[in-house]
Structure formats: structure tokens, C-alpha cells
Design a protein around this ligand. Structure first.
Ligand code: G3H
Ligand code: 13P
Ligand code: ZN
Length: 328
């Protein structure tokens, strides 16, 4: 097995009516938690790296750690750039062996978004890599960019066909009311904030384009309670209920992005360990607990998204073969 693109994953997910979990990675324990759970569930998985993660861990380490996970698990793993904001960053990741990149030009005017996305598609496809683009803007925090709720905008269904046709992107991130980070909703979201109807409408117009749901952490109340119990301070907040994600999957969502829930799970476990073991100082002891917490979260998400048992059905098609398929 090797690092694979998400093309076959998405095609099979489309046929089977399920979705692939895409989890953000920043270090070895996170990668191990996600991929050991994927191995246990025999689930295909996307590991995604933000530019902040690349700065934190250094570009070589993350690629090598993901390669190690492929060897250790024997699973099809897609290595994806999350929220790339320039052609240069996307090119650099493709050159480093990423099998998928996201160009997020969603804050730019439509024509600029089209032009930049098209430029990335040409380079990535020539190297066999998949491209995710974004239309509409999510609120919340990505790296140093903070988008205020009033500046966010839902994806307009009437724009999507033209955008996908002109850019040639493989998948499309859509804004339907979710946001990045832990502070998504002040109450459990209902249909007026989370627009599953918009997913349905976009899917009807774009039946062959795989839809991506960002900001999909559920912010489980039990993690918040554990963090508070062991000295952390977190305000009241709600995430995206898993049932809403499952509803979106029924209507064309094939990639579900999760970062915050892993952060919360690991933080809760580390806080608990350090409070319960005030004399502990071996990082392996608390990182082991954190890794286990990430594992349990991911396992439950693979099952909820319906991709359990699907991993071994994905072939290890080399990127050079993918490139020649794009060229045909
Ligand atoms: O969408 C943003 C992801 O949660 C990545 O977060 O930029 O802090 O690594 P980060
Ligand atoms: P969360 O902050 O909801 O985990 O979203 C992560 C994400 O969309 C990464 O691109
Ligand atoms: Zn995102």
C-alpha cells in the first residue's frame, strides 16, 4: 500500500452512500490515534495538514509520519493539504508527495477564485493529485485567519455548476452554516442554522462532484465536562450533531472534516491524567492517554459515517497512473 488519492475513495463512497473521515494531523500521536482506529475499522481515511500544522511539525516530518502510518496499517491513506491559500503552497505540497490539495480561495471574488483554482488544478492533475476547492465562506478560525460570522456566506447553489465546470476541481467544500473551531453554536443547531436543504440543492445540481463538509466537529458535551472538571475553562458551546452529518452524507457529502473534536478529546485526557497523577512527568504516559482518546473518537466517527470495512477495497493506484488518467 502507498499514499493514495481520494478519487477511488470518493467514487466508492458515492456508490455505497457513505463518507470518508478527514482528520487534521499535527504530530505522531494524532496520526497514530486516527490510523490505528482506521485499521481497527478497516476504514479508508484522509489525513489533512494545514499550513499551521506544516509550520509546527516541519514539512518533512508530517509526510514521513504519514508514510510510516501507511506501512504500519497497510491502509489506503490520502495525504491532503487543508485550506491551501496560494498556488505556491499547493505546488509545494504536491511536490512533497501529497496526493490531494485544497485551494481555498473562497474569500476572493468569484472570478479570482475560479482563476486560482484552475491554476492549482492544472498543476495538481498533471501530478496525479486531487483538488478540493471552496465556494462560500465558513465562519471561525483557520490558522491566523479569523472569519467573523457576519462575514461568512452560504454557498449559492446557482454558482456551483459554473464553478466546477470552469475549474475542473474534483470536490467542492460548501458553506452550509458550520464553522471552524470549538465555538460553533450557542445552542444545539436546528434547520435554520444548519442548511441540509442547501446540501440537497447543491447535490441535485452537481450529482457527480463530491461535496465536502468543513467544520464538522460535534464538540461532545462529555469532553467539555471533562476539561472543566480537570481545571480547563471552556464556555458553553455546541457542535454539529452526528445525526446532522449523517443526513448530509445521504445528500452527497463524501468528505467530513474534523479537527476540533480530536483537540478536545486529547486535551480532556491529558488534563485528567495530570490531575490524577500529580507526580507524573513522562510525556509518554499522558500522550498515550491522549492518543487513545483520539482513537476512540475516530473509531466512532468511522462507524457513524458508514466507512467501516471499506478500506481494503481501495487499490494502491500510483500517482503517475492517476496523472495519465487526468490527461486522457
Ligand atoms: O480548518 C482549520 C483546521 O482546524 C486547522 O486548524 O489551522 O489551527 O491547524 P489549524
Ligand atoms: P472543526 O473545527 O469543526 O473540527 O473543522 C475542521 C475543518 O474543517 C478542517 O478543515
Ligand atoms: Zn476547514
Amino acid at each position: 500500500m502507498s499514499i493514495v488519492t481520494s478519487q477511488e475513495m470518493f467514487a466508492k463512497a458515492y456508490a455505497g452512500g457513505y463518507a470518508i473521515g478527514a482528520f487534521n494531523v499535527n504530530n505522531m500521536e494524532i496520526i497514530q490515534g486516527i490510523t490505528e482506529a482506521a485499521k481497527e475499522c478497516n476504514a479508508p481515511v484522509i489525513l489533512q495538514v494545514s499550513s499551521g500544522a506544516r509550520k509546527y511539525a516541519n514539512r518533512t516530518y508530517l509526510v514521513k509520519l504519514v508514510e510510516a502510518a501507511v506501512i504500519e496499517t497497510g491502509l489506503p491513506i490520502c495525504l491532503h493539504l487543508d485550506h491551501g491559500d496560494s498556488f505556491e503552497l499547493c505546488k509545494s505540497c504536491v511536490d512533497d508527495g501529497f496526493s490531494s490539495v485544497m485551494i481555498d480561495a473562497s474569500s476572493k471574488p468569484f472570478e479570482e477564485n475560479v482563476a486560482l483554482t484552475r491554476q492549482v488544478v492544472e498543476y495538481a492533475h498533471a501530478h496525479g493529485a486531487v483538488v478540493e476547492a471552496e465556494l462560500g465562506t465558513l465562519a471561525g478560525i483557520e490558522d491566523d485567519v479569523k472569519v467573523k460570522a457576519e462575514d461568512s456566506s452560504y454557498t449559492r447553489p446557482e454558482d456551483v455548476q459554473e464553478f466546477v465546470e470552469r475549474t475542473g476541481c474534483d470536490s467542492l467544500a460548501i458553506a452550509i452554516g458550520t464553522s471552524h473551531g470549538a465555538y460553533k453554536f450557542t445552542r444545539k443547531p436546528s434547520g435554520d442554522i444548519l442548511s441540509i436543504d442547501r446540501v440537497k440543492e447543491i447535490h441535485a445540481r452537481l450529482p457527480n462532484t463530491h461535496l465536502v463538509m468543513h467544520g464538522s466537529s460535534s464538540v461532545p458535551q462529555e469532553y467539555l465536562a471533562e476539561i472543566r472538571e480537570f481545571g480547563g475553562q471552556m464556555r458553553e458551546t455546541y457542535g454539529v450533531p452526528v445525526e446532522e452529518i449523517q443526513e448530509a452524507i445521504k445528500h452527497g457529502v463524501r468528505k467530513v472534516n474534523i479537527d476540533t473534536d480530536i483537540r478536545l478529546a486529547m486535551t480532556a485526557a491529558i488534563r485528567r491524567y495530570l490531575v490524577e497523577n500529580p507526580d507524573g512527568f513522562d510525556p509518554r504516559a499522558y500522550l498515550k492517554k491522549a492518543r487513545q482518546a483520539a482513537y476512540e473518537l475516530c473509531k466512532s466517527r468511522y462507524i457513524a459515517f458508514g466507512c467501516e470495512g471499506q478500506g481494503s477495497k481501495i487499490h494502491a493506484t500510483p500517482l503517475s497512473v492517476m496523472a495519465s488518467r487526468y490527461a486522457d
